[in-house]
Write a protein that binds this ligand. Sequence first.
Ligand SMILES: Cc1cc2nc3c(=O)[nH]c(=O)nc-3n(C[C@H](O)[C@H](O)[C@H](O)COP(=O)(O)OP(=O)(O)OC[C@H]3O[C@@H](n4cnc5c(N)ncnc54)[C@H](O)[C@@H]3O)c2cc1C
Ligand code: SF4
Length: 571
Amino acid sequence: MKRARTGVAPEQYPPPFANRDVVGAPASAPGDRIDVGVLIVGAGPGGLACAIRLGQLLEQHPQVAERLGDVPVAVVEKGKAAGSHLLSGAVVDPRALRRLFKDRLHMEDIPSYGQVHGEAVYLLTARGGWRIPPPPTMRNHGNWIVSVSQLGRFLAEQAESGGTAILPETTAERLLVQHGRVVGVRTGDKGRGREGQALANFEPGTDVLAKVTVLAEGTQGHLTAAAIDHFRLHGQNPQVWALGVKEVWKVPRPLRKVIHTMGWPLRKAAKYGEFGGSFVYPMGEDMVSLGFVVGLEYRDVELSAHDLLQEFKTHPRILKILAGGERIAWGAKTITEGGLLSLPSRLNAPGLVLVGEGAGLVNVPRLKGIHYAVESGLLAAEAIFATLQPGETPTRVGALDRYDEALRSSYVWPDLREVRNMRQVFDRGFFVGGALASAMTVSRGHLPPKDYPTHPNAGATLIRTGRAGSYPPADGRLTFDKLSSVFASGNRTRDDQPNHLRIRTRVPRDLAETWAWMCPAQVYEVGPPDGDGTVSVRMTPSNCVQCGAISAKGGRLTPPEGGSGPEYSLT
Ligand SMILES: Cc1cc2nc3c(=O)[nH]c(=O)nc-3n(C[C@H](O)[C@H](O)[C@H](O)COP(=O)(O)OP(=O)(O)OC[C@H]3O[C@@H](n4cnc5c(N)ncnc54)[C@H](O)[C@@H]3O)c2cc1C
Ligand code: SF4
């Protein structure tokens, strides 16, 4: 099929949502609110590292813990349990975990699938490809293979044993701000019906007030976006994302190396805007984790990360690894990809710090964010602790600047500076981007000597090329449809919850189809024409696995009722 421009860009149909609507003053009566010392939103590596480090410091300084009240540190997590909403590759750079646990624990004590012993990078074509020398960003010797969902559960146990209270099934829905200072969050209601009506088991949300609030929400953070807007913390460049879809397989033969691929099934020319690749990681003797990641600046209406992963598995090299095996888990999540130049201008405001991937701390060419999440959580804890000393307060303007200073003086900043342009140059296509990325690698980020802009994912105008024609049909053995995949994610969200997705429901057919193809969980369906050039979009919100892609491509994911969504355990 010839390439056809549709002239439509998702940003022309912004969602009916405003960040200011989720920022407000506390509303609970004093007797109905919960007071804690430090409140952390998100039980991912970033939030839990912050809780663990605070626990260590408070253990050494019980007088500070006493001043923080009955609950010195609390974590709210929207998943059914810590780890339920965590999905990653994951090959972890251990430096931050080592710093966090020092002589208390060693990497061998943390649940993992061991160290990386070998690696291979392939440039794939449809039936073959070439093994190429791993670029420095893809070298993984000395790194450890984990399931981030298992790591999350382990870190949560460590945090709890250090005195942190973890509240699962609890969403942070509103950011509470009073007199220019963040004073906590309001949690979401539970037990509402589709039209918002209170059901028999209705439980209203509560104001949770804290001396400091740490937003560690990970990709597409709901309150992080609201805080960035409210405190005008926007960075130099707009933020951008990629969508990763991942499966875990039980296999009869162990895989001995970490594999990354580039090229097929993505198209290399700049006009398609397709940047990404795959990972295949061993998980012990009898499992592998494999995933496909694609930047959300892509233009093709029919591009589907889920179907790209299914297509990828039909490659002879990958088939060889999976032959005789069985898929045992599936999930999807976005990755924040803007890098240094898209970071917020500051990572704190009075009473507030931003840590981990929600702040944008990801090394995209290395596909790594876990160690930055842990490092930033650890440094945030130390900065917060300093503001809890007599004579200081975390809500003083500038008091938490010490967190930004510590992060900028850590290895995270020079790391990110070195690769700050690497994502953007692939806007020029695979070959020009590859050449420029090589120059950056060799010169450690000095060449080319300038900063390249990112462009909002939702600004890419859509095209049609008949892309879906090459996706393999689902056979239920090697390749799977979206609905059976949602089942494999453990998602058991009740069907009659209020709709948590904000989109325009009457849009041009090209945009409606883009959402339907993009969503890995089959939430969107193209409805009938409305007679004025648009179609209606139908939704099944209970399928949503909260990957966040819709927020990058013209809609807005808000947190649904606590405890809903996927229940990942191996991803
Ligand atoms: C496909 C894929 C592959 C990756 N591969 C690697 C890899 O190999 N190595 C690596 O180092 N990194 C990898 N990453 C990136 C890495 O997983 C993340 O950067 C890292 O997990 C970020 O940690 P975090 O704690 O900041 O956020 P997250 O891990 O996302 O945790 C955030 C937590 O906050 C919770 N939450 C969010 N909002 C709210 C709210 N409003 N209320 C309550 N709870 C909330 C979420 O449910 C979640 O549990 C990969 C990512 C993806 C998607
Ligand atoms: S509806 Fe949910 S699963 Fe689908 S793209 Fe949006 S956030 Fe992802």
